[in-house]
Write a protein that binds this ligand. Structure first.
Ligand SMILES: NC(=O)c1ccc[n+]([C@@H]2O[C@H](COP(=O)([O-])OP(=O)(O)OC[C@H]3O[C@@H](n4cnc5c(N)ncnc54)[C@H](O)[C@@H]3O)[C@@H](O)[C@H]2O)c1
Length: 350
């Protein structure tokens, strides 16, 4: 049995990861290490919260003393590091928290691993979950490979790039066993409604304007969140130590085409008038430093570890729209802040 610390396990990808892996692997103990920021939602974890092999530790990864105590209490074998401030727009408004959590928090975790595992590194692993945004922007041609030079544009991507460098440096300098995955844009159930796809689904349902940056020409490579989670688990178990694997969906889409498809799916599912929904689109001033195109070459992961995404963009988006239509309680709680009150009441003084 291994003890696996999953940082940021109450966020979008971390919660999807735990919901998939905790029931499937009763032989492992999963500890969700999360500060429970605005982006966390414990309601997302309700299906696994009572499982014997799952526990929650409310810990800020940038708090050295709290992390040292966590390591002493849990004696982990593996750390899968999802925790981060993750929203690019927020990083432009207030970059400080991004440097604190994404850079300093990663440093604190690496140091905790180095100290706690000193002299007994066999079977230990630090898996760092990162983004393709570290590579910067592509022109109309080409793909990001694992060898692409880092060239981040936003405070978010710069903080993730810094954390990737720290992980590799701790590997080379201190021999820390690590692996790294850089993934393209994720979408799917449980995503906080500040990111493109859930914002567009919910605004369409509520007949609110659909704000599209610039002309909607920016291209992203979309991956269904469960495909990302399966890729991480494959790399954790079968990937080579010290290696980086790019994860992507081969689903390049312009933002405007994503929005158009969402509008069509919502119209189909609810019987709403398609033209009325299309008229909700509004073009707004572009984000400063907005990268034009991301596209990822994940052939290394496919070739070496046999991973392929299960969902196409069409099937994954249809599932996602259905999920947001069927989960009013989750959405209402996130939007009204009711879940924040619940966290304060239940965890406020811990
Ligand atoms: N969402 C994407 O499209 C995407 C794509 C590639 C990589 N990633 C990476 O995957 C990871 C997870 O992304 P996400 O979309 O689930 O993010 P998210 O914002 O939904 O969740 C982040 C989680 O981290 C927690 N957290 C934040 N600061 C913390 C701190 N100081 N200590 C402990 N916990 C803290 C939050 O409470 C939240 O539960 C991030 O590292 C992100 O960079 C995301």
């Amino acid at each position: 049995m291994s003890t696996i610390l999953v940082t940021g396990g109450a966020g979008f990808i971390g919660a999807n990861f735990l919901r998939l892996l905790v029931p499937r692997h009763p032989e492992h103990r999963f500890v969700n290490v999360d500060k429970l920021t605005y982006a966390a939602n414990l309601a997302s974890l309700a299906p696994i919260a009572e499982r014997d092999n799952y526990a929650l530790a409310r810990v800020d990864i940038a708090d050295e003393a709290a992390v040292a105590k966590l390591f002493a209490d849990t004696d982990p074998d593996v750390v899968i590091h999802f925790a981060a401030e993750s929203h690019v727009d927020r990083s432009i408004l207030g970059p400080g928290e991004f440097v604190r959590t994404n850079v300093h928090g990663t440093f604190v975790l690496l140091e905790a691993c180095r100290k706690h595992w000193a002299g007994r590194l066999d079977g230990k692993l630090f898996h760092h979950v990162s983004t393709d945004e570290v590579y910067g922007s592509l022109g109309p041609e080409g793909l990001f490979t694992e060898e692409t030079r880092y060239d981040p544009s936003s405070p978010y991507s710069a903080s993730k790039a810094a954390s990737d460098h720290l992980v590799r440096a701790w590997g080379r300098t201190f021999g820390l066993p690590f692996k790294l995955t850089n993934c393209s844009n994720n979408y799917g159930p449980l995503q906080f409604p500040e990111k493109l796809i859930p914002v567009m689904i919910l605004n369409t349902l509520e007949r609110k304007p659909l704000p599209i940056y610039g002309k909607g020409e920016n291209v992203r490579d979309w991956l269904y969140v469960e495909d990302h989670c399966e890729a991480i688990w494959r790399v954790v178990n079968e990937g080579a130590l010290g290696e980086t694997y790019n994860v992507g969906g081969n689903n390049e889409m312009k933002n405007i085409d994503v929005v158009d498809r969402i509008v069509e799916l919502v119209a189909e599912a609810t019987g709403a008038d398609l033209e009325e929904l299309r008229a909700l689109k509004v073009f707004v001033t572009d984000r400063p430093g907005h990268d034009l195109r991301y596209a990822i070459d994940s052939s290394k992961l496919q070739r070496e570890l046999g991973w392929t995404p299960r969902e196409t963009f069409e099937s994954g988006l249809a599932k996602t729209v259905r999920w947001y239509l069927e989960n009013d309680a989750w959405i209402d709680a996130v939007r009204t802040g009711a879940y924040r009150d619940w966290i304060a009441a239940n965890y406020g003084d811990r």
